[in-house]
Design a protein around this ligand. Structure first.
Ligand SMILES: C[S@@+](CC[C@H](N)C(=O)[O-])C[C@H]1O[C@@H](n2cnc3c(N)ncnc32)[C@H](O)[C@@H]1O
Length: 275
């Protein structure tokens, strides 16, 4: 038997409660595509049976698995290009000057998906700011989905993935071919670490970040959830740090904890001190 509107409404609520992601009813078909493999693994005969199982068993790990499976993990190396130009030309030179004494940089790729954003940041530093290679630099990638976190940790990408956004020269310089895949060089890998973190749950202990890349995830959240995330991100940032959002995302509608620093095709914010 197929799912009815009540079943889909239950799934939408479950996903919202677990990950804050809102799924429009017009996209109910996504549940069928993305959850049918999990339903089969759970021994259910259909998605409808699986929903009944979820309602009665209430197993936390199954609910989490549903929310993780429903995430949209679209990403690429140097995604959107503009933010990386802005990082190279303005943001990183300033941050690096500010940290010249400590020789330490902490960068957070929040909602890092399969890791391309974090590795792009590491390559950007290696390529344009070679002096920082002798610094204590760490790029922490986090994502709610265990699958993408493990994928990022492997640091292996298929041809289709390296062909998206990674200039040929960078590919040859910072990755090595291994059969059908490309592996990120150890030096770049060692600058990055990946952890499973839900942005909408209490955040784990993490360093204070100088730069936070929070791109293409807030658009799936309600304004109320965005407000909560901004508050937590603000608490994790250095007071002279910088927050970069995605092209379609702005902070002004849901928080007054950040103010715009640059807004040329991508939004970059500085934290506002809380009194
Ligand atoms: C569209 S991808 C964006 C990846 C990358 N930031 C970029 O811009 O290319 C969105 C990512 O956000 C993650 N995500 C969704 N909800 C999340 C949450 N509540 N906590 C942490 N990550 C979440 C998804 O798993 C997905 O990998």
């Amino acid at each position: 038997m197929a799912c009815n509107e009540l079943d889909y409404a239950y799934l939408r609520e479950l996903v919202k409660a677990q990950s804050a992601n809102t799924i429009d009813p017009s996209r109910n078909g996504l549940f069928d595509t993305k959850l049918t493999p999990i339903a089969r693994m759970a021994g259910a005969r259909s998605l409808k049976d699986f929903v009944d199982q979820l309602k009665t068993d209430r197993q936390a790990h199954m609910h989490r698995a549903v929310a993780e499976a429903m995430t949209i993990n679209e990403t690429s190396f140097f995604r959107d290009l503009k933010p990386f130009e802005m990082l190279r030309e303005s943001i990183l030179p300033r941050l690096i000057a500010q940290r010249a004494e400590q020789r330490r940089l902490r960068i957070w790729s929040a909602a890092s998906s399969t890791g391309q954003e974090a590795y792009s940041m590491a390559m950007l530093l290696a390529e344009h700011f070679p002096a920082t290679m002798g610094w204590d630099v760490k790029i922490v990638g986090t994502d709610i989905s265990r699958y993408v976190v493990e994928y990022a940790r492997r640091a292996r990408y298929r041809r289709l993935e390296v062909n998206r956004g990674l200039p040929a020269r960078m590919l040859m310089k910072y990755l090595e071919r291994d059969g059908e895949e490309w592996i990120v060089h150890e030096r770049i890998q060692s600058m990055c670490e990946f952890r499973q973190v839900n942005l909408c749950a209490p955040l784990p202990v993490m360093p204070q970040f100088d730069l936070v890349m929070l791109r293409n995830v807030l658009l799936y959240f309600t304004r109320q959830d965005r407000t909560v995330v901004f508050r937590e991100v603000h608490r994790k940032m250095a007071s002279d740090g910088c927050l970069v959002l995605g092209n379609a995302e702005q902070a002004e509608d849901s928080t007054n904890l950040f103010e715009v620093e640059f807004a040329a095709n991508c939004y970059c914010y500085r934290p506002v001190p809380v009194s």
